[in-house]
Design a protein around this ligand. Structure first.
Ligand code: DGL
Length: 350
């Protein structure tokens, strides 16, 4: 009876706050990137990422205050080429604290675009909330003519307060588009329209200050993810080896010698590797280093037991994950198991 009473009181408080027009509370976590970049002149393409603080970014977009009660904090201020395990763990723990302890309605993360897809996927597997978590960046620095950051930040907040965004998993918001964490990929080095959603395409759009969805993710994420980093202070070391004609086995051997726990191959075609590299991979797997076959091809699945007999060598096929995301999943998988068949199941589900 007591529980029912407290639930009814909470419900009443929500109804009152909504009826009084209280805006959703959105917390913006800044990590740096070009959105916080500064160029020599507004016309210059020479710039340095991670220079401008979160309050400056918020002050540049006063329109979003009509959408939400916005506040910000600076986690780091780096180019995302310098994103690392330590920041990822801090970020995931902070997002969960903001949403599940401090009661915010959504989180927006400003981030460089170079590794945004990796951070988004890592958070997709480690955030324990169905509230919106949306990453925004830019391809032009904050000081550039027609800087794209302010509009991307406004649209990310608009998506964050859109009821339809609940339960969509972690998203990226760029160029009026919404992209889900599993399929988002940066495809162009300088174009504002650089992000694409792979074969399944974008998940939605933001316009007129709200999110409009075309589809929903069909993989496990956030509250349906088994991965929990709350008690971790490090992540397993996993490297990526690039495949090509007549490839040297030295990079893979170097990961073996450095006692990495996993190695992802950005293989040629359907996740194939040059014979000298293959020989090192077989030895690595026999030593307990998990090998995951992905591909340098931008699209298409890496098929299990196709040209490579994965069952024979206990390799894992990355299925729909490109090398950089296959690495993220392998890092988290290795926090739970070293069994190749259990790991393969994670690639089927996440
Ligand atoms: N240094 C790159 C980064 O922080 C700039 C690219 C960008 O943010 O658009 O990812």
């Amino acid at each position: 009876m007591k529980h029912l009473k407290s639930t009814l009181l909470l419900l009443a408080a929500v109804v009152v706050s909504v009826s009084l027009g209280a805006k959703p509370r959105v917390r913006i976590i800044a990590t740096g990137g070009t959105i916080a970049g500064v160029s020599a002149t507004s016309a210059s393409s020479a710039y340095t990422a991670g220079q401008v603080g979160i309050q400056t970014l918020i002050d540049a977009v006063p329109q979003m205050l009509y959408l939400a009660d916005v506040s910000g904090e600076q986690l780091v201020n780096i180019g995302s080429q310098d994103m690392n395990d330590e920041v990822w763990l801090k970020l995931a723990k902070r997002v969960n604290e903001i949403l599940n302890v401090e009661g915010y309605d959504a989180v927006v993360i400003t981030h460089g675009t170079d590794t945004m897809e990796e951070t988004a996927y890592f958070l997709n597997l480690t955030v324990k909330s169905d509230k919106p978590v949306i990453l925004a960046g830019s391809m032009r620095p904050s000081t550039a003519i027609s800087a794209d950051g302010p509009a991307n930040l406004y649209n990310a907040v608009a998506a964050a307060v859109s009821p339809a965004s609940k339960g969509m998993g972690v998203l990226c918001c760029m160029n009026n588009q919404l992209l889900d964490a599993k399929t988002v990929i940066k495809t162009h080095t300088i174009d504002c329209d650089t992000f694409e959603g792979g074969p399944s395409g974008i998940i939605g759009y933001v316009y007129n200050g709200e999110a409009h969805y075309l589809q929903t993710p069909n993989n496990r994420h956030t509250v349906n993810s088994v991965f929990d980093v709350s008690k971790l202070d490090r992540l397993p070391k996993v490297g990526i080896v690039y495949g090509y004609a007549n490839a040297s086995p030295l990079p893979m051997q170097a990961f073996v010698d450095a006692k990495f726990e996993g190695i992802v191959l950005a293989g040629v075609g359907d996740g194939n590797f040059y014979k000298d590299v293959f020989d090192v991979a077989v030895k690595a797997q026999d030593q307990g280093i998990q090998i995951v076959r992905s591909s340098r091809c931008p699209t298409g699945p890496i098929c299990l037991n196709s040209e490579v007999d994965d069952a024979k060598y206990h390799f894992v096929a990355a299925l729909d994950l490109n090398p950089q995301k296959a690495r993220v999943l392998l890092m988290l998988a290795l926090t739970r198991t070293h069994d190749w068949q259990e790991i393969q199941q994670y690639y089927k589900e996440y």
